[in-house]
Every structure is written in C-alpha cells, then in structure tokens.
Design a protein around this ligand. Structure first.
Ligand code: URA
Ligand code: SF4
Length: 211
C-alpha cells in the first residue's frame, strides 16, 4: 500500500459534534488499517466540557477488550498518580492519540506495537473533534506519540517534557512521560526517580489548573 493510501478519519466524522455522535461514528471508522485487527474502537471518556484532557498513545490489550481508555495496568498507575497529586480522574477527559489497538502476536499474548506517524495522522481528526467538545484549558500529552499528534510533527520527548507549549490543535499542552514507559521500569534502577518525576510533573499540571 502506498504511503498516502490511508483515507484518514476525516470522512468518518459525524455532522453532529457531540460526544454521543462522535463515539458512535468512531466505531465505524476505517480511516486506517488498525480497525481490522482490533476488537473495537476505544474512544475518549470523561466529562464534556472538562478543564483537563489527558492524551495517551493508543489502547492496550485491556482497553481493546473493554472499550474504554486507560483501564488496564497503565491506567491503574495513572489513576494512582492522579489521586496522589489531588487530581480527580472523574473530572478529567481521558483519550488516546490513536483509537484502535495495534498489536502483534507473541505466543498467546498480544504485544503492543507503536503506531506509525501515518496512523497517528490518520486518527488526529478524532482528537481534534474531541477537543471541540471537551474545550480543555490544558492538554497533557502522556508520551511522545501523544505529543506528536498534538504538535502535528515528530517531536523528541526531552525537548518538550515538563514544559507548557502552545499546541497545533489549540490549547496549551504539557508533555510528560507515558505510564506504560514507567511500568516497564518498575523494579529496575531509576524507577523511583522516574516515578517521582512523573508525580512532580502532574503536580505542576495541578498547580496550573488552580492558578
Ligand atoms: N496506554 C495508552 O496509551 N492508552 C491506554 O488507553 C492504555 C495504555
Ligand atoms: Fe480510524 Fe483511528 Fe481506528 Fe485508524 S486508528 S481506523 S483512523 S479510529
């Protein structure tokens, strides 16, 4: 397939831009090939509007089965971290840059595969539509894939991490690490330091919201 062959999500967007119509339309999206091997679309979830919107990479194995974002192990780490810094997850709109799970089989397990830039681009119309209905004051990118979607170009985490930057999609964006990257470090050297840094960054976000 040629590099430009993905139609992208744009043509699947509904005329009515409210959460219910968006969610229903996303379930029919064929904007790239990822829908083929995923169980279901995993659309964003949370109140609309919301002051804070969190953007992850793409659903994982648990999210693909349950149809909701950040409900697996990475989601658990995220929920605990939010609670730790005093951010109520119920008040936050949580979504992903890419709405279908990309994976490869390893034995009986489905191993997460990083989405390509083309897939991120194909899926960005959903993120833009979510921004229209969520109208967040602040957008937090969890990891480099989210930052790539939000800034509309390939970025390096270290250039953006810990900073508030005006995003291509509109609102002020803050970049931190991905909870799955933290999970992979658990029990290894540097884990505590990285985890503490994540909490410190979430505290910065909390402070910005209450400023
Ligand atoms: N990782 C993500 O980026 N998003 C999820 O929803 C779950 C794990
Ligand atoms: Fe559509 Fe995004 Fe799913 Fe691709 S990953 S089919 S663009 S919803």
């Amino acid at each position: 397939m040629a590099a430009e062959a993905y139609p992208g999500a744009q043509e699947f967007l509904p005329r009515q831009r409210d959460p219910t119509h968006l969610r229903r339309a996303a379930a029919q999206c064929r904007g790239c090939d990822l829908y083929r091997s995923a169980t279901q679309v995993v659309f964003g979830n949370g109140p609309t509007p919301a002051e804070l919107m969190l953007v992850g990479e793409q659903p994982g194995d648990s999210e693909d089965r349950e149809g909701e974002p950040f409900v697996g192990p990475a989601g658990e780490l995220l929920s605990q971290a939010l609670e730790n810094v005093g951010i109520d997850r119920e008040q936050v709109y949580v979504t992903n840059a890419v709405k279908h799970f990309k994976w490869e089989a390893r034995g009986k397990r489905r191993i997460h595969k990083k989405p390509s830039l083309r897939e991120v681009r194909a899926c960005t119309p959903w993120l833009s539509a979510e921004l229209e209905v969520v109208q967040p004051r602040l957008l937090v990118c969890l990891g480099v894939t989210a930052a790539t979607a939000v800034f509309g170009k390939t970025v390096r985490l270290k250039d953006y991490r810990g900073l508030f930057t005006r995003s291509a999609l509109g609102p002020l964006a803050f970049v931190t690490t991905h909870p799955s990257a933290l999970l992979r470090m658990r029990g290894r050297d540097g884990w505590e330091q990285e985890h503490r840094r994540f909490l410190t960054e979430l505290k910065t976000v909390k402070a910005k919201l209450t400023a």
